[in-house]
Design a protein. Structure first.
Lengths: 257, 330
């Protein structure tokens, strides 16, 4: 493990009964990278995210974040301390306004207690003001200011995708996990998304992990790519190396007889 | 809200003063009969009860039936404390707080199953809890077993009831407009997603149950000291159903709805009293109608301020149309 690694998997396995969703996967992600994870359907890509964000406890192996083992921490703790994710199928709080969606995500770094709430202390007012300003700043950054007061569920698909990223950013992460952010987008939209991801990474000083099918996204912006198949690590490398790797081609297109 | 909330102290204080003046004139100048005054007290204390239920069933979105158990524990704790410890009438606040706190402790315990169980299964657990409390009281000699506690001092009057209601509204409003309230609404919509945006789900649920049980316990304490007696039979299925009816009638997740639901239902069952048993048919029928045509309840997830805004908007459009025919022609 290099010193710069911010997230690293050490021989992580995740079994569901007999199904080996992840089987002995190890990799390191360096700070500031855009790290892609690709593979055919059922290759365990999303499971990697679920294990990393604490929804599942890995069957064996260790996950490190900043050299700290995070295997058995609850998801809200992991999220509040720097690893935040978005979902493959959008999971916004649809009945709430966009602004409230962001405010909810500020939960872990709001510093007031129940007594501050009851007596409306200065700290309460200050914190509420702070998170409102921060939320509006993030909305502004994501070009969503005009829809701040609208119900999240009423907005179009593309906007909901961006709100989900905005909500994840509200947790103040160091590592952002994007689960198929380009699903259902056309090439033009994907190019915009590419720019957006790079912009977010630079502006918020993030490390980004992307699970994606769209090669247009992965090959353009990723510094390094992990290829999985049937829960196993096929290879890891730079986009150019991946493109010409016979194993990868085989996994995607089948074997040449 | 982006539109900056002004310091709406005036908007809060004026209605309170008006209500206080009305209450004082009603009671001191005997403008209404004692029985009407009693109904008014029922309305007040059941509003607190419904606010408490709404914390869990409305804002948190868990279908819980534990309110009968909370009310029983609050009522009995208060009755015991006023009989053995707080015998003077000036100690009534202590009695109320004691009832509330005992219910709150039980509420904290009841929040534990909600970490794991969901939906119907949790409803059954909470139903079981309510029935356990009832049979426990039926068999506990110290509190008079099935005969209950009689000759409880009648400390409750209309000022206490509405004072407590004011306190309950205050607490719920503060709670809902904080990060805790926001996290309750988030959990209601998607528990996994809220965990993954760093919301502490267990803590939020514990707090919701605690506040809920606290308020319901206070309502129970008020009821006991209003009637002067209590018995286990008052905290069975009827109580559970009554609570649910008032919550759904008024609307989930709304303070206004809680009060409106409690008010309407209490007035309804009292005015229909002359019909004897048939009142349940009429009342139930009305309820069916409301559920069919207004299936979110009267104020589901809305507050009075939202309603006023909507009405104002509606009328402003009518006036605009009348005054400027040119504009509509465009």
């Amino acid at each position: 493990m290099s010193n710069k690694a911010i997230v690293s998997f050490k021989n992580v396995c995740m079994y569901f009964g007999g199904v080996k969703a992840i089987d002995d996967i190890s990799f390191d992600v360096e700070k500031g990278q855009v790290f892609g994870i690709i593979g055919p359907n059922g290759a365990g890509k999303t499971t990697i995210f679920n294990v990393l964000s604490g929804i599942y406890k890995p069957t064996s192996g260790d996950i490190f974040f900043h050299d700290r083992r995070i295997n058995n921490l609850p998801p809200n703790y992991i999220t509040g301390n720097g690893i935040t994710r978005t979902f493959q199928n959008i999971r916004l709080f649809e009945g709430q306004t966009v602004l409230d969606n962001l405010k909810i995500a500020h939960y872990s770094h709001i510093r007031y207690g129940i007594m501050d709430v009851i007596f409306t202390s200065n700290r309460f007012k200050k914190e509420e003001k702070r998170i409102e300003e921060e939320s509006l700043a993030i909305l502004d950054f994501m070009n969503l200011t005009s829809s701040a007061e609208q119900k999240a569920g009423a907005l179009p698909y593309g906007a909901q995708r961006r709100i989900e990223i905005a909500r994840a950013l509200s947790c103040k992460p160091e590592v952002l996990l994007l689960d198929e952010p380009a699903a259902g987008m056309n090439p033009v939209e994907i190019d915009e998304l590419n720019q957006l991801i790079l912009k977010i990474r630079d502006h918020f000083n993030l490390t980004v992990l992307v699970v994606e099918h769209q090669m247009r996204l992965v090959m353009e912006i990723c510094n390094e790519i992990l290829v999985t198949n049937f829960g196993k690590k096929l290879t890891i490398g730079k986009p150019d190396e991946i493109k010409n790797n016979p194993q990868v081609l085989e996994a995607y297109l089948g074997k040449v007889k | 809200m982006i539109s900056k909330k002004k310091n709406n102290l005036l908007g809060d204080v004026i209605p309170v003063i008006i209500i206080a003046v009305i209450l004082i004139s009603l009671k001191e100048f005997k403008l209404v009969s004692t029985s009407r005054l009693l109904i008014l007290q029922y309305i007040g204390l059941y509003s607190i009860f419904v606010l408490g239920i709404n914390m869990v069933n409305g804002y948190l979105g868990i279908f819980s039936l534990a309110h009968a158990g909370f009310m029983a524990s609050g009522a009995y704790a208060a009755a015991i404390s006023s009989r053995y410890f707080f015998k003077e009438s000036w100690m009534f606040p202590l009695i109320l707080l004691f009832g509330g706190f005992v219910a709150m402790v039980i509420g904290l315990i009841m929040s534990i199953p909600s970490f794991k169980a969901k939906g119907d299964y949790l409803a059954i657990i909470t139903l079981g809890f309510s029935l356990i409390v009832q049979s426990f009281l039926q068999n506990w000699r110290f509190v008079g077993a099935s005969k209950g506690i009689n000759n409880v001092a009648k400390f409750t009057n209309i000022y206490w009831v509405f004072g407590c209601l004011l306190f309950a509204i205050f607490i719920v409003r503060k709670f809902i407009n904080s990060k805790y309230g926001r996290s309750l609404k988030a959990i209601r919509e998607d528990q996994v997603a809220s965990e993954l945006v760093s919301v502490d789900v267990k803590r939020a649920k514990t707090m919701a149950f605690a506040v809920s049980a606290f308020l319901i316990g206070i309502a129970g304490a008020l009821l006991v000291h209003l009637l002067g007696y209590t018995s286990p039979s008052a905290y069975g299925y009827t109580n559970i159903v009554d609570g649910l009816v008032m919550v759904y009638l008024g609307g989930m997740g709304s303070i206004t709805g809680s009060i409106v639901g409690a008010t309407l239902w209490q007035i309804l069952i009292q005015t229909l009293k002359s019909l004897g048993t048939w009142r349940w048919v009429v009342g139930g029928g009305l309820l069916c109608m409301i559920m069919i045509f207004l299936n979110n309840g009267l104020f589901g997830n809305k507050e009075l301020s939202d309603a006023i805004r909507a009405i104002r908007y509606y009328f402003s459009r009518i006036i605009l149309k009348k005054n400027s025919p040119e504009e509509t022609r465009k």
